[in-house]
Ligand binder design. Sequence first.
Ligand code: NIG
Length: 414
Amino acid sequence: MIEADLIIHSAGAVVTCAGDPSAGPEAALGILKGGAIAARAGWIVWVGPQESLSREVLPLPSAVTIDAAGGLVAPGYVDAHTHLVFAGDRAREFSLRCGGASYQELLAAGGGILATVRATRAASEDELVELALPRVRRLVSEGVTTVEVKSGYGLTIEDELKILRAVRRLGQESPVEVVGTLLPLHALPPDAGDRDAWVARMIDELLPVVAGEGLARFADVFVEQGAFTHEEARMLAAAAKAHGLGVRLHVDQLTAGRGAELAAELGAVTADHLETITPEGVEALAKAGVAATLLPISTLYLKCPSYAPGRVLADAGVRLALGSNCNPGSAMTESFSLALSLACLGNGLTASEAFLAATAGGAAALGLGDRGRLEVGLRADLVLHGAPSVEHLAYHLAARHARAVIIGGELVHE
Ligand code: NIG
């Protein structure tokens, strides 16, 4: 008998995301109808049919037992792109943008990202943690069990470190698993002085401290007109790799800039946004094995003319991840469920493809081989959804489907 301290039984289906991807997305979901799952000390120890549960699994006296009552048991969502540590808000700018002002005009006038930089610089590390914790809790209530969080609203050495220390504390002070990303080249601050010298400081002085303190797994650049160039991204990527950090890039978001090709050239782990990617860019990502992170909420929020071509990317064999992109300027929301639905409605994925991007795809993109699927030996990051099928999760727009959320074997939300 296998001993367990957590058992979820009587599921309508267990969606393992551990099926055969070569047989298509439906098969890759690896759905076990009428299944159950058991974990011990935070790790999955058994997944199988309901009728085998009592024969094969022995609940320990302290075991938590959850009746799924016909619901869907699935891996927790991996939110693969957020900027959720920030102070202040941009509600006024939102209204101005709705009335016709553009995101880039606001940035060029010292607003946009720079408005958030001012507010974030003025906040202490403790204040940033206090502001971010409710955002994290809202994500968890949606079924997110791992979240990537970037810096990028400090843009001085001290302020970027402050943000990344706050990011690390989120993982300590909330149940969610947090992955930090250093985003020093997000916007050029007005007090930067000489541009080249400022970029060099971010790369030569900040990045080694971040890597040395283990504050981030990745380094990132916003490659865009009015933000940073290919050459600056090349310099940051070289330093990141030398310090053992993976490279991620914001590319081809507002204007087509051969950003996907750059991500391929730099061996980036992910290329994120991609609203304006070209067919050549798609081919480059596929060839280089760079994953694409879809961020459809910001496409909607910034009223971009087109969504990233998720359908084309999937058909070309590009691995996909999904992010809420929670941030005060281009995606002021913690609704991961909305991201899932928009991945279908906007990016053109089927519900199965979107769900795989939201779970196994995100875990793979972040290099986290211990999660994103429900298999023996992996982390017990599980969600019990009230929905009857994966299709329903995407179909019922912005609904709260998660009835229970378990992270590392602990019931953290119900
Ligand atoms: O991923 N595009 C750049 N960065 C964020 C937006 C940040 C902001 O507007 O505050 C994004 O959309």
